[in-house]
Design a protein around this ligand. Structure first.
Ligand code: DGJ
Length: 764
């Protein structure tokens, strides 16, 4: 394991515990090519795989035909305009408009550790870009040079001792005395030989969706041409997640070679794979070139975000484990990462805008009685915001709704014994607001155009220092003056009409990138000034749920769709990459406000328990039997949250693949001593004799006791007597891990649609 350089053969080896990547400096010119990425292979010279000795040969051996080589070679940093017609990682333009470039090797360094990444804001301030961090890292930095333009590219590859991920980023430095335009700079490009997938087209797996339908799994065969997901919305988006994976055919949760990529970034992105005429696949990920140009002036540098590459032969489950561990061990900084988060109740679906102090306190009193630990006051507490048409930007409490302001409310909540959380949407301004009336030029807008409104609001131009400072101060002032433990940071529209009076015409193409830096700067300041604050990000549900935001907040509101059935796919898709400990999930009222679906309370609870857990309902109005069930649900959360938060997560069955009948997943503590298994019967299965689910991740040689959660309580709401009886008719005695993983457990056929069984598996 580690990073090495074979000087004789000019090969770089990047080796994690279960993967190797080999790069070669090729030909006298010094092209950087990817020789191999996959299972560990030692440090053999594998350059025969590059086929450089067959026609069209290397450029130095075939001066007649350079293009043949460039269009076939597995380039590590492909550029445009010189003979490689596939998707480039970099496109540069000189002042006269020429857009050819070719990067070749200059030097490299291998060092212990990993440097932080910084981007440069309008005012020259260096703003940290989210990236993985940790003591046990090693980095290879390769300098490539574009000789004609005088631009260097520093390609960085880092690994951590305890991870199978490879972290890649690129920094361009203009060493010339003329401005060079960057039209495209991706963070990673990976060329794999068609033989990698047994000479069969691999599948490409992505996550796509919409508002209230985020991150569902898409899987199809990779054909010739490019298959891409992307965002041009200024945020990562509900529509696509910055992730794709190439998987050999028949890859399932446990088996199969998978090459996955994601981006630690919260704005526009492009991510995809293409297959060329020789069956070589090129996977690429980075900032979307659309809405992006960067005028790189002499002496300036530009930093790309960090891409994460994961290779595993252990299927999609193996891939997920690498992502989850990397995010938990090397990306999420919050002090709450390894802590149980307070069980919260949010008033959004309870009251929407129609609330006042008394209503909130009534909810808080009932919540406290049920064991809930925090009240979150959502949208509508400021300005004159009684609907979503006004007041964003005016972060001054509405004393008509909340007499005595936040001080009184937070004092009262303290007396009740419950924490207080609050909602903001700091990046926005309503046209009907004092802020907009005072500073109409603070909104992102293109001259001569009325900017497109979404939810009747505009975006504040936080690329400008004075706007960002104002935004920060208006949020911080509220937090300084009341006892607030939690902030939900929302963002409810996409970027349009890109224009800013803070940027000159030639630098306007920087805006989308600088906007994201602005968000990062604001959140960084927030968690620095308020280190104990629990921050939850949100963007109309899960529109900005990504590795970038997890650098600031340990949790993100997963979706505005709180329907437990819909959440099965949304949460499973999200958990392809993001740990369950980051997933904002609440129990809401039935019928569900988004879908109108009716669901039992225990099923709603079982699904929310696999996230950060809380309630999104009016506890003073729900049926009495549901209210009575909350203390039991809360105690189940306390009892098992550690397994969900810290354990390894396994998808056992996905209802979309099981005819919509059932779904199951489990989490297992790293030491394999405890596991929690959730089985959801989505639809009744007439005439069924019970389904077998095979568990995973246990110690095959250890003996485990299987307990149905709630069955030890006579009056359990979570586990009715009838359910207990159905389980007992099929329950085995203690079993060893091997039996549980190979023979499995039979889930009884339960009456009706939507029923849950949750099992505690303990090593004895
Ligand atoms: C969108 C969020 O996703 C909701 O949870 C809620 O906070 C609303 N915004 C409030 O406007």
């Amino acid at each position: 394991m580690g990073i090495g350089f074979d000087e004789k053969n000019r090969l770089f080896f990047i080796e994690t515990a279960h993967s190797s990547m080999c790069l070669a400096i090729v030909d006298d010119e010094g092209f950087l090519c990817n020789v191999y990425y996959g299972n560990p292979v030692g440090e053999d010279d594998l350059t025969y795989l590059l086929r450089t000795k067959i026609y069209p040969f290397l450029p130095s051996h075939n001066s007649r035909d350079r293009g043949g080589f460039l269009d076939m070679a597995r380039m590590e940093f492909p550029s445009s305009g010189v003979g490689d017609y596939r998707n480039p990682a970099v496109c540069l333009r000189d002042a006269e408009g020429h857009d050819a470039s070719q990067f070749t090797y200059v030097s490299h360094r291998i060092y212990t550790g990993k440097e932080k990444l910084y981007g440069t804001a309008c005012d020259g301030k260096e703003i940290r870009i989210p990236a993985t961090f940790g003591e046990n890292a090693q980095t290879l930095e390769i300098e490539l040079e574009e000789k004609v333009l005088g631009v260097s590219a520093f390609l960085s590859y880092s690994i951590f001792e305890d991870s199978d991920a490879i972290l890649k980023s690129v920094k361009l430095v203009n060493k010339s005395d003329r401005t060079v335009i960057i039209d495209r700079l991706l963070s990673s490009s990976l060329d794999l030989d068609g033989g990698t997938f047994g000479n069969k087209a691999p599948d490409i797996i992505t996550l796509s969706g919409s508002w209230a339908r985020e991150r569902r799994l898409d899987r199809r065969s990779l054909e010739r041409g490019n298959t891409e997901v992307y965002s041009t919305r200024g945020v990562t988006s509900h529509q696509f997640y910055p992730f794709s994976a190439l998987a050999e055919k028949n890859t399932d949760e446990e088996h199969g070679r998978v090459y996955a990529q994601t981006l630690i970034w919260s704005g526009n992105f492009l991510c995809g794979s293409g297959m060329d005429q020789f069956e070589t696949t090129r996977s690429y990920i980075g900032i979307n070139p659309e809405h992006f140009t960067w005028d790189l002036k002499p002496g300036e540098s530009f930093q790309s975000p960090e891409a994460v590459l994961v290779y595993t032969e252990e299927g999609l489950g193996g891939m997920t484990h690498v992502f989850h561990d990397l995010f938990r061990d090397h990306l999420i900084r919050s002090p709450y990462l390894h802590k149980e988060r307070p069980v919260l109740i949010n008033n959004w679906e309870a009251t929407y805008f129609d609330f006042d102090t008394e209503k909130l306190l009534n909810i808080a009193r009932d919540a406290k009685e049920s064991g809930i630990e925090m009240l979150v006051m959502d949208d509508g507490w400021f300005g004159k915001r009684n609907d979503d048409n006004s007041s964003l930007g005016d972060w001054i409490v509405n004393e008509e709704k909340l007499p005595g302001g936040l001080t009184r409310l937070s004092d009262e909540l303290e007396k009740i014994g419950i924490k207080f959380g609050i909602w903001f949407e700091p990046e926005m301004v309503s046209p009907d607001s004092d802020l907009y009336r005072a500073h109409p030029d603070w909104a992102v807008a293109a001259p001569g155009r009325v900017p497109c409104k979404m939810r009747n609001q505009y975006i504040l131009d936080i690329t400008r220092t004075e706007v960002r400072d104002h935004v920060y101060e208006s949020v911080a002032k509220v937090l300084r003056n009341a006892k607030i433990s939690y902030v939900k940071w929302d963002m409810n529209r996409a970027l349009t009409d890109l224009g800013s009076c803070g940027l000159s015409a030639e630098s306007l193409g920087r805006l989308s990138y600088l906007y994201v830096l602005g968000v990062y700067d604001l959140q960084d300041r927030l968690i620095t000034e308020f280190p104990d604050l629990l921050l939850e990000n949100c963007s109309s549900g899960g529109g900005r749920y990504d590795g970038g935001m997890l650098f600031y907040s340990p949790q993100v509101w997963c979706s505005d769709d709180t329907d437990a059935f819909e959440r099965l796919s949304i949460q499973a898709g999200t958990a392809m990459i993001c740990p369950l400990s980051t997933m904002g999930a609440h129990v809401s009222a039935s019928p569900n406000h988004v879908t109108g679906r009716v669901m039992p309370f225990d099923v709603r609870g079982a699904v929310a328990l696999s996230g950060t857990f809380g309630y999104e309902l009016d506890i003073t109005k729900i049926p009495e039997e549901e209210r009575k069930a909350i203390p039991e649900q809360v105690s189940i959360y306390h009892r098992y949250n550690e397994i969900i938060r810290e354990g390894d997560y396994y998808r056992i069955a996905k209802n979309a693949e099981e005819g919509g009948y059932y779904d199951a997943w489990m989490s297992v503590m790293k030491d394999k001593s405890r596991a929690l298994v959730t089985y959801i019967q989505c639809r009744a299965y007439p005439g069924g004799k019970g389904r077998v689910i095979r568990l995973r991740g246990l110690d095959p040689d250890a003996v485990y006791e299987i307990g149905l959660v709630g069955s030890d309580d006579e009056n359990s709401f979570y586990c009715s007597r009838a359910k207990k009886a159905s389980w007992e008719s099929l329950a085995p005695g203690n079993l060893n891990g091997s039996s549980l993983m190979n023979a499995g457990l039979i889930m009884p056929n339960l009456p009706g649609d939507y029923a849950q069984l949750t099992f505690e598996i303990n090593r004895i």
